[in-house]
Ligand binder design. Structure first.
Ligand SMILES: [Zn+2]
Length: 421
């Protein structure tokens, strides 16, 4: 490991430590969209952007956009982005690392006085997690032309609407259409992010190339059996909705286990009447199935539904299904995956491709532009959305060097002529 990489990593981790001070409930880290801490963290990030030779400012939805001009005024744009909001009691690298590493790439170009055939914009999205208003990915959706103006009326727990919060932040809520990039889409979108899982850690690899951001399908299943006295109804005569649900939960786990590239979870289950001496009559439970391959997800869901129907029929239980949420997988662009893979291989590292099980800003961008993600290894068993989230300085530095190398490969990958000036 060359010492410059580790030194760069140490600088990035120090910046992340500084940003962790902008929190709504110290000593825990919580930074929600359009809060005073969002503003304070954004102003610190803006100072880093200016030091890296960028012009920057907040857009109409409170996203902080820094721009480093290309060799020509009309050069297309490559966006490097991630989010600066957090969950409650968060770790300090989720989202922030992608912003800081993007700025560090531009800082290196600026140090070399180097202009590319593309302009580089680093975007710190204001809302990805959706903690404050319950709407996720507001900033990236607005860029991709998917902003719903009805969101402006949504209120937070204190009764403040999104429009009011934007005004208090100094933004013009009605100016959101100006964020839409569809008329002049970027050449590419790149995002570096901690993995938020243990795959790279377990394989001893610092970096991975994301193949797709997993699609997710959620539904609610309602089972209706028959309540009865727990002491008087004989076992063979029962229609126990909870016993049926238990069989279904295990069938769903088995179907998830049997297929690689797929996860299936029952995360919520309610039992009625919920009394110790009454046979359960009604059960409501959730199913969450995710995969980077939509065909795999659909086939698993068909199997789950058929299996649940069989169990319900055998146990004389009525079953009703309601869809709750559906998002197809967002594939990462093959040419951009290649840019990242080549940059990783150039460092003498094995190239590991893996899907992302969590959602990211990068899942919105394929509708607008070719998109890709670089994953960086998490320590501590891969824990994330938690204060124990860790990232090592050598990994942080290495990821940033690889991100810059990949960025330099993007113009040629998309047939853009003109050697870097
Ligand atoms: Zn994130």
């Amino acid at each position: 490991m060359d010492s410059g990489v580790e030194q760069l990593g140490l600088e990035l981790l120090a910046q992340a430590d500084r940003l962790a001070e902008f929190t709504e409930d110290p000593p825990r880290l919580t930074r929600t969209y359009l809060s005073a801490e969002h503003r304070a963290a954004g102003d610190y990030i803006a100072s880093l952007m200016r030091a890296a030779g960028m012009h920057c400012g907040y857009d109409a939805l409170g996203n902080l956009v820094g721009r480093y001009e290309g060799a020509h005024p009309d050069a297309p744009v490559v966006i490097i982005g991630s989010h600066m909001d957090s969950v409650r009691n968060a770790g300090r690298y989720d989202g922030l690392f992608g912003i800081l590493s993007g700025i560090a790439c531009v800082a290196e170009l600026h140090r070399q006085r180097r202009r590319l055939p593309v302009a580089v914009e680093v975007v710190a999205f204001g809302d990805e997690e959706g903690v404050r208003f319950g709407v996720t990915l507001i900033g990236s959706k607005a860029m991709a032309g998917q902003f719903d103006p009805a969101w402006l009326a949504v209120r937070d727990a204190q009764g403040v609407s999104l429009a009011e919060a934007l005004q208090a932040f100094g933004c013009d809520p009605q100016a959101w259409p100006g964020i839409d990039r569809r008329a002049r889409p970027p050449l590419a979108y790149l995002e570096s992010h901690i993995e938020q899982g243990p795959v790279l850690l377990n394989e001893g690899l610092p970096l991975g190339v994301v193949t797709a951001i997993a699609g997710a399908q959620r539904s609610i299943v309602t089972l209706a059996g028959l309540a009865g006295h727990a002491g008087t109804v004989p076992m063979g005569a029962r229609q126990d909705a909870l016993a049926a649900a238990a069989e279904m939960v295990l069938a769903i786990e088995r179907i998830g286990n049997e297929r690689s590239g797929l996860v299936a979870t029952v995360g919520r289950l309610q039992v009625l009447p919920g009394a110790v001496n009454v046979i359960p009559q009604d059960v409501v439970f959730s199913i969450d199935v995710r995969s980077g391959l939509d065909s795999l997800r659909r086939a698993a869901i068909a199997d789950i539904e058929a299996e649940c129907d069989r169990i319900a029929a055998r146990r004389r239980i009525a079953l009703r299904r309601e869809p709750l949420y559906l998002a197809d997988a967002a594939p990462c662009h093959p040419l951009l995956q290649d840019c990242l893979a080549q940059a990783i291989a150039a460092r003498g590292l094995a190239v590991r491709h893996l899907p992302s099980g969590a959602g990211h800003d990068a899942m919105v961008f394929p509708a607008l532009a070719p998109s890709a993600m670089l994953f960086v290894r998490c320590g501590n068993g891969g824990i994330s959305h938690h204060p124990d989230e860790t990232l090592s300085a050598p990994d942080a530095g290495l990821a940033t060097r690889v991100l810059l190398d990949a960025l330099l490969r993007v113009p040629a990958a998309f047939g853009l002529s003109g050697a870097p000036a």
